[in-house]
Design a protein around this ligand. Structure first.
Ligand code: GCU
Length: 337
């Protein structure tokens, strides 16, 4: 039996119908492991996203390494609901995996917030080292008991502010600006430390909210900015690079427990390797995304990030309250060059 109990609260009726059809087709958590087991994987970005491509490569390698016993069935574009809904589906076992942004997992263990602190990573290479070093393994295992486990982390680059009207080059420019952030306390606080006002909202609503003037802009990486054509409504991209929020590949706990030990080890190993692949794909895709945005009228402005960093220092200290958070912060900083 499939457990469809966690209703998809935030998505449209059409999306709900599509999701229900997908969930009812093929095998679920209780299917007998004969033939190929397809691991339904929810993804909220498009097929162009380097994370999607890394998942495809992970699936191919897993299928070949397990002689066809396992492969992924990836559902992009929020087809299975937004990240909050997909995490619930993973917890219940209705699907096996999802990619969700780190702030969603902070609700289960506050220590995760260290992975999305403003300016905690110096650059992409530093973040890559942190994600591939094994330093996060015990943190990732800490959600066991809640229905899911974090398998690995993917980069979503550095987030910067983009607006309509004019570029934002200093905290003073940010004053009075309503900027969309992900649905998380940390992200709201981060926007205020930068001088503006953070408005929490799901990704799917951002374009029209800017268009209708509910927002002055948003903050995200260049790839999502270009892919969702947000340059059309907020053409001034200011490289504040204020935070590098991890995206996490999460898997249902029962599915992992039921896997044959050898297959589980292969699954874990190949998932971890997909992180390295994903960083490389991200790096290659960045210039193209910038160019697409520019070709469509976006202006990119370099920003002196020091004044933003200074203003965010108190937030950084306020975020490090438990000994575990402090230790994790130190571990991450030690991996900086
Ligand atoms: C990035 C990130 C997603 C997240 C999105 C957002 O694109 O990769 O996981 O959902 O930002 O701002 O909501």
């Amino acid at each position: 039996m499939l457990h469809l109990k966690p209703v998809l609260p935030k998505i449209s009726l059409i999306a709900t119908a599509v999701a229900a059809t997908i969930l009812l087709s093929g095998c679920g958590d209780d299917a007998a492991p004969t033939g190929t087991v397809t691991l339904k994987t929810a993804f909220n970005q498009s097929e162009n996203n380097p994370q999607y491509k890394a998942l495809v490569s992970f699936s191919d390698k897993l299928e070949s390494a397990t002689n066809g016993r396992y492969k992924l069935e990836i559902h992009p574009n929020e087809l299975l609901g937004d990240q909050r809904a997909s995490l619930e589906l993973v917890q219940s076992g209705a699907i096996q995996m999802a990619v969700v942004a780190n702030p969603l997992v902070e609700n289960f263990n506050k220590n995760f917030s260290v992975l999305a602190m403003p300016y905690v990573y110096d650059n992409p290479e530093h973040q890559r080292k942190v994600f591939t070093s094994g330093a996060l393994d015990s943190l990732f295992a800490s959600t066991k008991g809640t229905g899911f486990e974090v398998i690995t982390a993917y980069t979503a680059g550095a987030r910067s502010v983009y607006t309509k009207g004019a570029a934002v080059t200093s905290p003073a420019n940010m004053q009075g600006k309503k900027i969309r952030v992900m649905q998380s306390d940390t992200m709201i606080k981060m926007l205020s430390c930068m001088g503006g006002t953070g408005v929490p909202m799901g990704q799917g609503e951002v374009y029209s909210a800017i268009q209708q003037g509910v927002l002055d802009g948003a903050e995200n990486n260049e790839i999502t900015y270009a892919d969702l054509k947000q340059y059309e409504v907020a053409p001034y991209f200011s490289a504040t690079r204020h935070v590098m929020v991890a995206d996490l590949l999460v898997a249902n706990e029962n599915f992992l427990a039921k896997m044959d030990e050898g297959d589980r080890e292969l699954f874990r190993k190949l998932a971890k390797e997909s992180t390295q692949t994903q960083f490389e794909l991200w790096d290659k895709a960045l210039d193209g995304a910038r160019q697409t945005a520019k070709d469509n009228g976006a202006t990119f402005t370099e920003v002196d990030i020091k004044p933003f960093q200074e203003r965010c220092k108190p937030l950084q200290s306020a975020m490090l309250t438990t000994p575990e958070q402090k230790a994790l912060y130190e571990t991450i900083r030690e991996l900086a060059e």
